[in-house]
Write a protein that binds this ligand. Structure first.
Ligand code: G
Ligand code: G
Ligand code: MN
Ligand code: NA
Length: 254
């Protein structure tokens, strides 16, 4: 209960900020998009991980307001990069939790942020987990409404949730983010590698883009390129970093 009250004040006092983790095109080596990841820096300077406060924000429902702040802030940043770098600007992904997806106003929240910042919809990606979408009903209807806005839909932590394959038929999906647990097994664990290979094949046949998550070594990156993965993300390339540090990784604006 105390944490819940503190989160409320933190939002009012502007104690949240976003970091951005680069997502790299394995072919060109360029940063083509970034995933926004929220951080809470308390007044005393301590940084709290979202793993510790997102579940509380979900339980209390504050995630709806906090999520709207994330969507607006990430859209503003995406528009700023787009203004300065044009077609070479990184696209920006936001994480949306199960509770947010049950809010029927979510598509309006996203549409308002796009309009406020004049951001072309395809420059924003919404990351959802299979589990959040699973079960169809209102969550699935909301995903369809988001897709109709023109934002990209990514399935996060893919392969670890429920109902993976039937979901690819019923849910509009553009990007599969293959979970780190399968990537960890490359160069050593044949069964994990077999799954990473199969997921790449499925994605390619369905014309989905693939992002390998949690890439920590050059050997994994090389193997993923050979396996036909399009994009990769992980500490091997970059940790989550502030927006101005992303700028330094982009080709100089014309
Ligand atoms: O950045 P880090 O790896 O510590 O993130 C931990 C977890 O918090 C991940 O599951 C990530 O998806 C989630 N997370 C990070 N930022 C956000 C956010 O803005 N909104 C939601 N709903 N989840 C987030
Ligand atoms: O659930 P989601 O995929 O949104 O979680 C993103 C989380 O994964 C972030 O907290 C981020 O810090 C973390 N992460 C990103 N790349 C790596 C990596 O290469 N290794 C590890 N251990 N964690 C990573
Ligand atoms: Mn994610
Ligand atoms: Na993930």
């Amino acid at each position: 209960a105390r944490l819940a009250a503190e989160l409320r004040h933190a939002l009012d006092d502007g104690e949240f900020h976003l970091l951005y983790q680069p997502i790299i095109d394995l072919g060109s080596g360029h940063v083509t998009s970034v995933e926004s990841l929220i951080r809470w820096q308390r007044a005393d300077g301590r940084v709290v991980s979202p793993a510790d406060f997102i579940p509380v924000a979900e339980e209390t429902g504050l995630i709806v307001e906090l999520g709207a702040w994330v969507i607006d802030t990430a859209s503003a940043q995406a528009a700023d990069w787009h203004d300065r770098h044009g077609p070479h600007a990184p696209k920006v992904a936001v994480n949306v939790s199960a509770r947010q997806l049950l809010d029927p106003a979510l598509p309006r929240t996203v549409a308002a942020a796009l309009a406020r910042h004049s951001l072309p919809p395809h420059r924003l990606t919404v990351e959802l987990t299979e589990t959040a979408v699973f079960g169809g009903g209102p969550a699935l209807a909301t995903v369809r409404a988001l897709a109709e806005l023109g934002v990209a839909i990514a399935l996060d932590d893919f392969g670890t949730g429920h109902s993976s394959l039937s979901l690819l038929r019923t849910c509009p999906v553009d990007v599969l983010k293959v979970d780190k647990s399968f990537i960890d097994g490359l160069n050593g664990a044949p069964e994990q590698e077999a799954i990473a290979v199969a997921l790449s094949g499925i994605a390619t046949s369905l014309h989905l883009r693939t992002v390998a998550e949690g890439v920590e070594t050059a050997a994994q990156a090389d193997r993923l390129r050979d396996l036909g993965y399009h994009h990769a993300q992980g500490f091997h390339f970059s940790r989550p970093i502030p927006a101005d540090a992303v700028d330094a990784l982009l080709p100089a604006a014309e």
